[in-house]
Structure formats: C-alpha cells, structure tokens
Design a protein around this ligand. Structure first.
Ligand code: ZN
Ligand code: MN
Length: 489
C-alpha cells in the first residue's frame, strides 16, 4: 500500500484527481449452485460437479436457489439499497469456451438492489450503484502449452455483483472500501470471502481529471485483479500511465485493460464494449420474482451489527484499544464469542486480553478454529476461569499455562481442573501468616535492607514466601502481609 501511494502521489499524478469505482463479484455461501443442485465445494477434480443444467445442455430448465436469492437480498439491505417489489433475470449473450450456454444468466434491467451506500472506516460514504445476482462461468486451464482445457465445476456458482459509484478519490479509500466490504459480507455470512479460492474478485475503473475539473475523464476498466494488493498496484500503475498521457496532451482512451501479474503492468484487452453488445434480453426460463414485504422482513431479521459499527462500539463503549477492536473484527465468530464472554465476565478488557493473548496463540499452535475452541470451552467456562483468577482462587500464571490448556483438552470446567490438579491458590491470610513470620525470621539482614528503603528486597521476600508455600500462595496476599509485618517492626 505504501508503495502504491508513493507512486500515485508522485510526479505529474499530483496535478490530477483520481476517480475510482470498484466492482466486486462475491461467491454466495450456498451448498449448491444457483440454478441446479450441483455442489459448490472447492477443490474437487475437474467436471465432477456438473449436470445437464450447468453444462448448458438443451431441454433443461433452471430453478432459482432460494438461499442464494435471500443472501443477495441480505447484501442489498446491508448496503442500504432500495429493493424493487419485483425483479427478474436477463440473458447476457457472449461466446466464450468456459460458457457452454453462450449466455450468462444475470440481471440487467431490474437489479435486486439500487442506490445504496457503504460507510467506510474513515466515515466517508461510498454510493452503491447496484447489487445483482448472476451465475459464474467455468474456468479455462492452460497448463499444457498449446492446449487448453475447461473445468465447469464453477459454472453456475451463485455470485452477487456489487458495483460502487465512482466515489473513491484516493488509493487509501479504495483499500478502505475493499476491506470494509469484505468484512461486511463476512459478518453477514453472505460469502466466505476466501480470496485464495476466488470467492471475492475485483474489477476497478479509474479516470483522471485535472484538479478542480468537475467533468469526468475517460474511464479505463481494469480486470484480472485477484487480490486487493493487485487492485492497488494496478490502479497506481494506471495513475502514472494516464497522467503521463494527459501531460503530453494526449487523450486517454476508454477501454478495458488486463493486469499482468508477472510484469506488474496493465495491457489493453479490448476497447470498451457497450451494454447493447451483449444483446441482453429477459430470461424466458425464469419467471419474474415478487419480493413481498413479508419476505423483506424475514431478511431484515437476519441483519447483524456491521463490522465498522462493531469496531466503534468495542473501542468506544467497551474501552478496547483500536488495535484490539481491529483484530476481533477480522473474525465474526471471534466477535460473537467475545460478546458472550465480555457479558458473562462483566469485564470487556479482561475478555479481550484472554482471547487475543492466550486463546488465539493456542489456536494458532494447534491450527484450530474459533468454532472448535467454542465447542471445547464455551464463553461461560472461560468467564468462570477469569472470575477465579480475579478472586485469587488460582494464579494468573497457572490459569494461563495450565488450566486453559487442560480445559481445551478435557472440556472440564475450570473449578474441577484446579481441584483435581492441586492448582488452587491459597489467599487465606491466616494460612499464609505463619510462612511470612518464618521467612522474616530467616532473613534478618534483608529485613534491615527493606527498612532502609531497598524496595527490591521486598520482592526477594515475596519470592521466599512463594517458595516456602510451594508456589500455591497468593503473591499479592504475601506482599500485603509482609508490608504489615515490616511496619510493625
Ligand atoms: Zn449442475
Ligand atoms: Mn458480472
């Protein structure tokens, strides 16, 4: 990112304002495809998840996947779109070897959602032009030179396409938009957002105009951007390229360009096609779909607190640091666990400390998920452990290093593990007082040092008490008892 900004702000680029819009294709998290019952599982052998419908064989009819449709409604609602009472599908005609029907079923005339908005982390609102549903195409593989093969497992996978307005004015805003949108889809459960599995794909359009100019410049679309880093690098490259053209008094052509991952540059793919090139027409095999108020109400009930609102609540109301809030918000399951834990423990700060410092480290070690952790140690169990530490029933160190791992291993409650493994901490003053007296008697020289004001000497005495109590004594109580005893001498 820092590199991209440096380029974008370099040389002639500074005299121009950049105008960016982003299109996202997100795979909807359904078990089956958009118009047939084939599995959407990732990574299976080529062409093992196909049927006459997604192979585009003649004489078959598509049936809309209700869950995919509802996830798309949820997306449109979260992005504050207007949703028409009736929507429908259209055919987008084009010829490509990974598209056996020679058309893609998409939405062109009546989008599922229009005129929405998404608030960035920075607070700026980016308008959402439209949200619509469409099917994915297959995948061409060019692994053997001179020969290409097609895998149609992906053909017919449900996608939601989200097109922003041309509202972004810097690469930092583009990055903020992509991250906010990704987390929004993740928290809604609309998409798994696994970039490495192609769940989330970006296209961006960018134009430049002299600072102060209000008309938009010629727009260049950049495709083949499979990571957010590539989006930012491709845009930085385009800023330089277009600024150089404008400086020379040349025109920027309206076109589509491909990002070349190896050469780290964009290259012309084709001059921009117009919508009429696709010969869109209403899909005759799928009747229009009426979206009732009742259906919308059911979808609204599935809305969740969105990531930026959650981040603000954690850092504001709950007093976490922006860093802690940011880490929690990366994982909606971790957020739900944290909410339950903080409520149970009555201490958000302690809940965040335990999760971020101890639990996540152990999950990383074991390559385990938050869901697996929650099954072994539900929030109420971890809240109990936090409470036992606070009450001095077990030391913080024993709780972290011994009790928590044992809870993950055995699924037993904290109290039982402390009892069975003899990890209880003794906080009873009457039980600890004789040890203090004995230690003071044995170390008359150190006592003198403390009385002369050597504070570190007190630490030595606490250590001796801990040793005498075989590590079971509460160091805080020992410290109190020592201070009291020394004050009396
Ligand atoms: Zn199929
Ligand atoms: Mn599309």
């Amino acid at each position: 990112m820092s590199g991209a900004v440096a380029v974008a702000e370099g040389a002639a680029a500074g005299r121009y304002e950049i105008v960016v819009g982003v299109e996202v294709h997100a795979q909807l998290a359904t078990r089956t495809k958009l118009f047939c019952g084939c599995s959407t599982a990732f990574g299976r052998p080529p062409n093992t998840q196909t049927c006459p419908v997604c192979l585009g064989l003649p004489g078959v009819l598509p049936v809309v996947n209700r869950e995919a449709f509802e996830l798309a409604i949820l997306t449109a609602l979260a992005l504050r779109c207007e949703i028409p009472p009736r929507t429908r599908f259209d055919r987008k005609n084009y010829y490509y070897p990974d598209l056996p029907k020679n058309y893609q079923i998409s939405q062109n005339y009546v989008h599922l959602g229009v005129r929405g908005a998404l608030a960035l982390q920075s607070g700026k609102e980016i308008s959402i032009d439209n949200v619509h549903i469409e099917e994915d195409a297959g995948k061409l593989l060019h692994e053997v030179p001179g020969r290409s093969v097609v895998d149609l497992n992906r053909a017919g996978i449900p996608l939601v396409e989200i097109a922003s307005g041309p509202d972004m004015r810097s690469l930092a805003e583009v990055e903020d938009y992509m991250e906010t949108l990704r987390l929004t889809l993740l928290h809604l459960g609309v998409s798994e957002c696994k970039m490495q599995e192609g769940n989330l794909r970006f296209e961006a359009s960018i134009s430049l105009r002299p600072s102060g100019e209000t008309r938009l410049g010629a727009r260049v679309e950049v495709k083949n951007l499979n990571s957010t880093k590539n989006v930012l690098d491709a845009l930085a490259y385009e800023v330089e390229r277009q600024a150089a053209l404008l400086e020379r008094g040349a025109a920027v052509e309206r076109e589509t360009r491909l990002w070349d991952d190896e050469r780290r540059e964009t290259a012309r793919m084709r001059t921009k096609e117009e919508a009429h090139d696709y010969r869109y027409f209403p899909e005759p095999d799928i009747p229009p779909i009426a979206i009732s108020e009742e259906w919308l109400a059911r979808a609204r009930a599935r809305l969740v607190e969105l990531p930026n609102a959650r981040r603000a609540r954690y850092a504001g109301e709950l007093g976490l640091t922006p860093y802690e809030a940011g880490v929690l918000v990366q994982d909606p399951r971790l957020c739900r666990y944290f909410d339950a834990l903080a409520a149970r423990a009555g201490d958000a700060k302690a809940a965040a400390n335990w999760l971020l410092n101890d639990v996540l480290a152990r999950l990383n070690e074991r390559k385990a998920t938050v869901a697996e952790f929650a099954a072994a140690v539900p929030p109420e169990s971890l809240a109990e452990l936090i409470d036992l530490v606070k009450r001095g029933a077990v030391s913080g160190q024993a709780a972290r290093l011994q009790v928590l791992p044992a809870m993950m291993e055995t699924r037993a409650p904290a109290g039982a593990i402390i009892r069975e493994r003899g990890l209880a901490q003794i906080s009873d003053r009457d039980a600890l007082a004789p040890i203090v007296e004995e230690v003071l008697a044995r170390h008359a020289k150190v006592v003198e040092d403390v009385k002369k004001g050597k504070e570190q000497a007190l630490g030595f005495l606490v250590g001796q008490c801990m040793k005498a109590a075989a590590g079971k004594g509460n160091p805080k109580v020992f410290q109190d008892l020592l201070r009291e005893a020394l004050a009396r001498r």
